[in-house]
Design a protein around this ligand. Structure first.
Ligand code: HEC
Length: 451
């Protein structure tokens, strides 16, 4: 059982449809952000060595550009992430699976990772302030040097910690998604190790790495050479790149995107083979084929860019990669929808029950007392346990199986139901009063049966 089950309510049929749309939107925001963060943080931490000026500049530039701003962390990262978590919690309401627990764990790790990575990122900003202080001569003293050393050490550590946490979180994230789409595995998978070492998890993670690599490469080209003035005819991109640096960045971006994009169709094909039977449908086929086709086109374009060593297609390539992400998300969503058909049916039933309960509670708060009505209008002919003019409630009320509305309908306009009794005269109650007394009878009989 999951603690989140206690804060979500089972969704109704319409609500499930809405959830699926919100899922798509949240994933469209979150997954590209995650991909860029995975690429940027890993590459930045890897290249962040003081000895090589060019590489350490790349380490700084890539994290500053691709991790966008601190607000992005909230808007593109944490908010959609929570919405994804709550969507899963609702779709898997009271399902016997550890999926939602693992997803919750990954959300916590993501948050810790994002915080560390942004700390690492802001370390570069402070460092550049120190550097300019030093240049102007005011910063040339031991205190500043000491502070700088400490800063470099600390932010280096948060970079490594953040990146590690991010990859673990992403691993759990894809693992829980794979599990969500295989209900047949739910009863057997009851500890996290089974999720960690499942082939589905490993496979989905490799696919995510390929997606992240493609997007990161494309984003490097986009943010270093085009952003923010693409389309205006002006030269966009990063200022102050010398020939050597811009050549290195270009080569790196194109190569990373190309190699990763080549892996996509192959991986997609294998992931198709792994899909559980219950998850297949025409939609799923369609999106897989679209994804494979798009990835092939993309890798051709990238290969051309590589041969000509040019960045002119950086903008369309970047957006094309986002389209590939979208295909993948549509596919994931269809897989999930197919796999959860049975589960959704159960959830919808629970939702109906829940709604009934809420409605009957509302009746009580309408201010009409069912007990009072019973004492004034019914007690003359009815007791709970013995037969008077009418049959005892303990015999007749359980027939209604808790359906307040149905019992209220009888009280509102009685019909002949029990042989051996005269028909019950209409008591002239208002509809609301009939509901209130019906609720009172059902609750009282239920309480007596419990004893
Ligand atoms: C004048 C006597 C009389 C009064 C007053 C009366 N009832 Fe009845 N009630 C009967 C009789 C007789 C029957 C059996 C009728 C039948 O089932 O055909 C009956 C049957 C019922 C049943 C059984 C229905 C079923 O489907 O088996 C319920 C429940 C009930 N009454 C509720 C109430 C409530 C609530 C009130 C007060 C608002 C009330 N009655 C007032 C005489 C009365």
């Amino acid at each position: 059982m999951n603690f989140i089950d206690q804060i979500v309510i089972p969704p109704s049929a319409n609500h499930i449809l809405l959830l699926r749309y919100i899922f798509i939107v949240s994933m469209l925001i979150f997954l590209p952000y995650l991909g860029m963060m995975m690429g940027a943080s890993f590459i930045s931490v890897y290249f962040n060595r003081k000895e090589n000026k060019m590489l350490s500049r790349f380490a700084k530039d890539i994290i500053e550009r691709l991790a966008i701003t601190k607000n992005a962390e909230l808007g593109l990262g944490i908010i959609p992430l929570f919405s994804i978590l709550f969507i899963y919690a609702q779709l898997l309401y009271q399902a016997n699976t550890i999926t939602v627990s693992i997803l919750s764990l990954s959300v916590i790790l993501f948050i810790a990772a994002f915080i560390s990575i942004y700390k690492y990122r802001s370390g570069f900003e402070i460092e550049s302030v120190i550097t300019s202080l030093k240049k102007s001569g005011t910063g040339e003293n031991d205190e500043v040097t000491e502070f700088e050393e400490k800063l470099v050490r600390n932010s280096g550590a948060s970079g490594k910690i953040g990146t590690t946490l991010l990859y673990i979180a992403a691993y759990l994230f894809v693992g829980s998604m794979a599990l969500a789409s295989s209900p047949e595995r739910w009863p057997d998978v009851n500890n996290i190790l089974q999720v960690l070492f499942s082939t589905a998890t490993i496979f989905n993670f490799i696919f995510l790495l390929a997606l992240a690599g493609t997007l990161t490469g494309a984003a490097v080209l986009f943010y270093f050479f085009k952003w923010p003035s693409f389309g205006t005819g002006k030269q966009g991109g990063l200022k102050g790149m010398d020939e050597e640096y811009s050549g290195f960045v270009k080569n790196f971006g194109i190569k990373l995107a190309f190699i990763s994009s080549v892996a996509l169709p192959v991986l997609m094909f294998f992931s198709f083979l792994f899909l559980p039977e219950g998850a297949l449908s025409n939609d799923v086929f369609l999106f897989i084929i679209l994804l494979i086709a798009a990835a092939l086109i993309l890798s051709n374009v990238l290969y051309m860019m590589y041969k000509n060593s040019e960045t002119s297609y950086a903008v369309p390539v970047f957006f094309f990669v986002l389209v590939i992400f979208a295909f993948n998300i549509f596919k994931e969503e269809s897989v999930l929808g197919n796999a959860l058909q049975k589960q959704s049916y159960t959830v919808i039933q629970k939702s109906d029950e829940f709604e009934k309960e809420v409605k009957s509670k509302l009746v009580v708060s309408s201010g009409i007392s069912g007990k009072e009505i019973y004492n004034t209008k019914c007690i003359a002919c009815h007791r709970f346990d013995v037969k008077l003019v009418g049959p005892p409630y303990q015999e007749t009320v359980p027939k209604y199986k808790g359906d307040v509305q149905k019992l209220a309908d009888f009280v509102y306009s009685p019909t002949q139901n029990n042989p051996g009794y005269p028909p019950m005269p209409n008591q002239g109650l208002k509809k609301k009063e009939a509901v209130a007394v019906a609720k009172f009878l059902i609750d009282s009989v239920a309480a007596m049966q419990k004893k």
